[in-house]
Design a protein around this ligand. Structure first.
Ligand code: 5GP
Length: 191
């Protein structure tokens, strides 16, 4: 299993709540934190690079990896799109003496938490409201209207799991949310 010193941080939230902005802030500020690159079956968006944002793989390779037990968790986050955290990715980061930061969905976060226990800090980023979340997804301009509707519908359900995580940070103001998240992480890591 996982060694006591092998800590990790999960930042989870409904899509559009700001978790990627918050993780980017943390990763830029603390070089000892390292983004855990998930495997995903969706197509790369413009500006995304294979092996940087995700390991973009096809469904067949994803299934092979499930069967070979290569994932610590995986989910079909959206209809037909699979995402998963590879055990080899966590090992790569721990071997480099760093702390993995996982930007994953709510269900995946619960599964990792179950396996890592006290070695894991889980932070739930809560949008101020579902309406605000919709506005943010629309202004991001990366998703189709159908995709936005799917994500917004799912958000209410995901928010019902917020109490399962170690900390809830309400992202009303991004700068405040970043510093609040930072404080929680520094305390957990004893930095
Ligand atoms: P996107 O398609 O916008 O990049 O990501 C969609 C959702 O999938 C986000 O909520 C993201 O956090 C989540 N996600 C990304 N990687 C993983 C993963 O490895 N496992 C799980 N369970 N969710 C992931």
């Amino acid at each position: 299993m996982y060694k006591a010193a092998e800590k990790l941080i999960i930042v989870t939230a409904p899509s559009g709540a700001g978790k990627t902005s918050i993780t980017t802030y943390l990763l830029n500020k603390y070089p000892r934190l390292s983004f855990s690159i998930s495997a995903a079956t969706r197509a790369p968006r413009s500006g995304e690079t294979d092996g940087v944002h995700y390991h973009f793989i096809n469904l067949e390779s994803f299934r092979t990896k499930i069967e070979a037990n290569e994932f610590i968790e995986w989910e079909m986050v959206y209809e037909g799109n699979y995402y998963g955290t590879l055990k080899s990715e966590l090992k790569r980061i721990w071997d480099a003496g760093k702390i993995p930061v996982l930007d994953i969905d709510v269900k995946g976060a619960i599964h990792v938490q179950e396996q890592l226990g006290k070695n894991c800090l889980s932070i739930f980023i809560q949008p101020p409201s579902v309406d605000e979340l919709k506005k943010r997804l629309e202004s991001r301009g990366t998703e189709s209207p159908e995709n936005i509707a799917t994500r917004v519908n799912k958000a209410g359900y995901e928010m019902s799991f917020s109490h399962q995580f170690n900390k809830i940070i309400v992202n009303k103001d991004l700068i405040e949310a970043c510093t609040d998240t930072e404080k929680v992480i520094l305390e957990f890591l004893g930095w």
